[in-house]
Design a protein around this ligand. Structure first.
Ligand code: PEP
Length: 248
């Protein structure tokens, strides 16, 4: 499987700023191609259209959140047909900021997963424990619950459209990266749970690590067992830093 290097720009960048950075990244990737990696950007919804237009066959793009309805009276929300319309092919579901700042419960996340995959979009499900859950010895229980509730409605036919991102809540935007042993343990648990759901096909699901990834630690993290990519917040906001991770 191709390693996925994904940028989550969160609520950052105007359209002009998004375009500037996209052009710089695309120019670099055309000049020096990285053929064994999928490079993916989740811009804010307002910039998805312009980032997708500039993506030039070297980037994939997606939306940071979705609502599980075709259209209708859901003020502020975005439907799958709008993602297609803006040129996106991915949806990020269950990011820890959605779970913890916006209180998205597991059952809403399950609906988003199901709706995304039913609308011909690829779906990256974010999972991860809080520090309290980790300290209480609940790592396996939390990851197992989040993955099982998110993915148990899916058959093996959905596997090529699914990625999972492990993002320990205590490592996101905090400057604190999980250590190699912690990452290997969590990714191993995730692979075990995926095998329960998808048997042998589980090994085709990329598992990304996210949480304070930087150019300086990206290579080491990518070399760990069951790490098939990176999801990057802060260090993805600047072209040179993101490109250094893409090439790590
Ligand atoms: C994220 O929000 O997906 C993330 C990993 O953020 P950061 O890299 O800033 O920790």
């Amino acid at each position: 499987m191709k390693t996925i290097i994904a940028a989550n720009w969160k609520m950052n960048k105007t359209r002009a700023q998004a375009e500037d950075m996209t052009r710089e990244v695309v120019a670099s990737l055309k000049e020096q191609p990285v053929t064994d990696r999928t490079v993916l950007i989740f811009p804010p919804a307002t910039a998805l259209d312009c980032v997708s237009k500039d993506a030039g066959n070297v980037l994939e793009t997606g939306i940071q959140n979705i609502y599980p309805a075709e259209n209708g009276a859901f003020t502020g929300e975005i439907a799958p047909c709008m993602v297609h319309d803006a040129g996106g092919s991915w949806v990020l579901v269950g990011h820890s900021e959605r779970r913890h700042i916006f209180n998205e419960p597991d059952d809403l996340i399950t609906q988003k997963v199901n709706f995304t995959l039913a609308h011909d979009l690829k779906m990256m499900l974010c999972v991860g424990e809080t520090l309290e859950e980790r300290d209480a010895g609940q790592l396996r229980q939390v990851l197992s619950r989040q993955i099982t509730s998110g993915l148990s409605g899916q058959g093996n036919a959905a596997v090529p459209s699914i990625a999972v991102a492990y993002e320990p809540v205590w490592a996101i935007g905090t400057g604190r990266t999980a250590g190699p042993a912690e990452i290997v343990e969590a990714h191993g648990i995730i692979r075990d749970v995926l095998r329960i759901l998808f048997n042998k096909d589980a090994d085709e699901v990329p598992i990304l690590y996210g949480g304070s990834v930087k150019p300086g630690n990206a290579h080491e993290i990518l070399s760990l067992d069951n790490v098939n990519g990176l999801l990057i917040g802060g260090a993805s906001l600047e072209a040179q830093s993101f490109l250094a991770i893409v090439r790590a």
